[in-house]
Design a binder for this molecule. Sequence first.
Ligand code: AQP
Length: 342
Amino acid sequence: MSKTSKRTIFSGVQPSGTLHIGNYLGAISNWVKMQDEYNSIFCVVDYHAITVKQDPKELSRNILDVVKIYMASGISAGDGSAPGGSPEKSVIFQQSDVSAHTELAWILNCAAARVSDLNKMTQFKDKAGEEKENVSVGLYDYPILMAADILLYDTDLVPVGEDQKQHVELARVLARRFNSQYGKVFKVPGVEIKKEGARIMALDDPAKKMSKSASPASYIALTDTPDVAAKKIMRAVTDSGYDIKYDKKNKPAISNLLTIYSLITGEDIKKLEIKCERECSGYGDFKKKVAEALGEFLETFQKKYNSFEDDEVREILKNGAEKVRPVAEETLFMVKHKLGII
Ligand code: AQP
């Protein structure tokens, strides 16, 4: 991959479990829209996943499955000749295949990041909770590796869900700090967050974000059958009252379901409120509609998802790493040169 005149986007997903509609609606669907306009690099961030314990067999399965999710969502990588393939618009690769990521992370740890930067990270506080003395050092340092991922590729924009905004802001701080101390190497990246769907909430607790490491009842996996998804929607918590109204403060659960319904169908939330007022006699009817729309979406999505072979995916990852490695190594070389290592 050579540096092009197009602006570059970089983003990734951890292969830390089954991807859910939050990952899709908040991040991946946005990548699909952006890939025509941008030089697009999408990573399977396996080194991020091992910041918490992973079962080795499941991890290697999840790495391939994340690529299948990217492709089923509409990310086109590969040469288009494989079954289900389409013309290449994006590069997909596995983080651990390009060693410059961990090398740069170490350098940023030493030459740019401060303990006080990491102490501000809210995701660490949420994920570590009471266990903060016992979790891995990697979980604490995760945002520095994420900064390295982004900064290696002269990234202009990082499209992510809202939970990752603070991490991208840290990447900006580290880029500026390194540049001012050692001379300019890094482009300072921007963050791109969708207006709707940037934070899809858990079905069992609308105060928490939908998360793949939480209980399966709290999320709709992109691989859930329509029946399983319908059961989860029907059991989702609701708010007091009867109105089907978007009101995040007073009706967080219904607002979350309305957001999902709107993004899946492409219908405006206001129109859906009117439709539901006319056609639903309560939350039960409303949930049935959401479940039906989700079922249709999942069926189409999974047809594509199941059409990809493991070997095809391995080939895409291998080719992707070969394309991005020279760009990453060039940036790393410049960094090492500025530091006086090379
Ligand atoms: N609930 C969400 N709503 C909108 N966007 C979301 N994202 C994650 N959850 C939601 C976005 O999906 C992308 C990939 O996320 P990730 O897997 O790299 O890590 P995460 O943000 O920590 O997601 P999870 O599901 O909560 O994973 P686990 O449980 O493994 O930590 C990111 O752009 C993220 O913002």
